[in-house]
Design a protein around this ligand. Structure first.
Ligand code: CA
Length: 449
């Protein structure tokens, strides 16, 4: 009897210790944040002290990308670790009846299986119907909006009207909130991580900031009176509020002794938009297009227990790597990672592997595609053709080398088309006006006008 109870105790201890060793995992996702619009990215007018502190103590991915230059497909890639075009999630904003393929395993699904409790605070944008609801996609807890882009204040006449997918809900029920939405999300995130529960947690903190509408509090705007452009002033204040929420979250992790063994990711879901006064320079382009300004985002990982030496990590990485890396950190076996396009970055960061994590990266949405091969970047625009850049010498994508690098271009075009052949047909479309608008922008930049 006695030996049995000792054995049971030991087994229990082993399980609880291993659960304790598992890192908490947090994804901090900004929405439409510009490449150069944080302190650590060199901004002259935006201040983000808490984000900067995490970045400077973490692993900064200087060539870090998302898998799409607009919200919904980028989030589908992030949540599944797979190129979202493989399951038809190519165009933005699913129509009312559609959402992210129900066959896909989300990061939340996978972490739940590994013993995590899971929460999403903020924007979902992967389907409005109940069947696509975060609570059905692996999240134990959800506080936020099904869709995207809404007022930063409670608005019962518009977004918070019954049945609106932009309304704020908590686990399926519409809720009222007081104050500024970014602050409210910040508090809900803190409440979630401090729930009484011995399991490690996964928090997807999906800010709506600094996506429009350009709502900021008067107090926050007053901190940026030196910015004369009033839209840019609001934008700076929105980022300041996001930074404040992140600072509070970090402080509460420190207070509970969980900061050391929490893996925190920070990135934007796509590049800065044309409408929110963001700055992507020195990158070309912006949200919605295939130049670096669309997909290269501020991106870092912070995990004091494992990533002891802060550094800049220059080989290219992609948001799809977050799932593979997080699952590996949570103790998943290599076999569990099959079917993912992302890579486990841990051995690369810890210099156990000296090759770059990716030889190639790919992007494709409806009428436009792109591909990286090391420093080489190929762009395709439907009804126009291809352009080629060498980002090592020309980060701003100003010199099209398609004619002078004929052999390389041909090889890359063939490889990009091979990759596209393996994709599923898009499950929904976008309005033709986006083709015309974005086609013009691509051609204007390629032709240097
Ligand atoms: Ca976005």
């Amino acid at each position: 009897m006695k030996s049995t109870s000792i054995i049971l105790t030991l087994v229990f201890l082993t399980i609880s210790l291993s659960a304790k060793d598992k890192p908490n995992i947090i994804i901090l996702l900004a929405d439409d944040l510009g490449w150069s619009d944080l302190g650590f990215q060199g901004s002259a007018d935006i201040r983000s002290p808490h984000i900067d502190s995490l970045a400077s103590n973490g692993i900064q991915f200087t060539d870090g990308h998302v898998s799409a230059s607009v919200c919904s497909p980028s989030r589908a890639g992030l949540m599944t670790g797979r190129y979202q075009q493989r399951f038809g999630h190519e165009a933005n904003s699913p129509p009312e009846s559609a959402g992210m393929d129900l066959e896909q395993v989300t990061l939340a699904d996978a972490l739940k299986k590994l013993g995590y409790r899971t929460g999403l605070v903020g924007k979902w944008h992967l389907g409005n119907q109940d069947v696509y609801y975060p609570n059905q996609r692996g999240f134990d807890y959800f506080y936020g909006l099904r869709s995207g882009s809404r007022s930063y204040f409670y608005n019962p006449k518009k977004e918070d009207k019954a049945g609106n997918a932009k309304g704020i809900e908590e686990n399926g029920k519409p809720v009222k909130f007081n104050g500024y939405l970014t602050d409210v999300f910040g508090q809900k995130a803190i409440d979630f991580i401090h729930e009484e529960d011995d399991r490690p947690f996964f928090l997807f903190h999906s800010f709506t900031a600094p996506h429009g509408p350009m709502h900021a509090t008067e107090e926050d705007k007053a901190l940026f009176v030196s910015i004369k452009n009033t839209k840019r002033r609001s934008y700076a204040a929105m980022i300041w509020a996001m930074d404040r929420a992140i600072g509070k979250l970090v402080n509460s992790l420190k207070a509970s002794g969980e900061f050391e063994n929490t893996l925190i990711w920070f990135l934007s879901d796509n590049g800065g938009a044309t409408g929110n006064a963001s700055i992507n320079l020195p990158l070309a382009g912006h949200k919605g297009i295939k130049f670096e300004g669309g997909t290269r985002v501020p991106f870092f990982a912070h995990w004091p227990k494992q990533f002891k030496e802060p550094k800049k990590f220059d080989p290219m990485v992609i948001s799809l790597d977050i799932m593979a890396t997080s699952l590996a950190a949570a103790g998943a076996k290599v076999n569990d990672l099959k079917g993912l396009d992302g890579m486990n970055l841990i051995p690369f960061i810890q210099e156990e592997k000296s090759t770059p994590p990716h030889k190639n990266l790919y992007w494709h949405k409806l009428w436009f595609s792109a591909m990286r091969e090391g420093p080489w970047k190929l762009i395709y625009v439907q009804d126009y053709g291809y352009a080629l850049y060498n980002l090592e010498e020309d980060l701003g994508e100003s010199t099209n080398l398609i004619q002078s690098e004929k052999k390389r271009s041909e090889q890359m075009i063939a490889q990009l088309n091979d990759w596209k052949d393996g994709l599923e047909k898009p499950r929904w479309d976008e309005a033709e006006v986006w083709f015309r608008t974005h086609s013009k922008t691509h051609i204007r930049i390629i032709e240097g006008e």
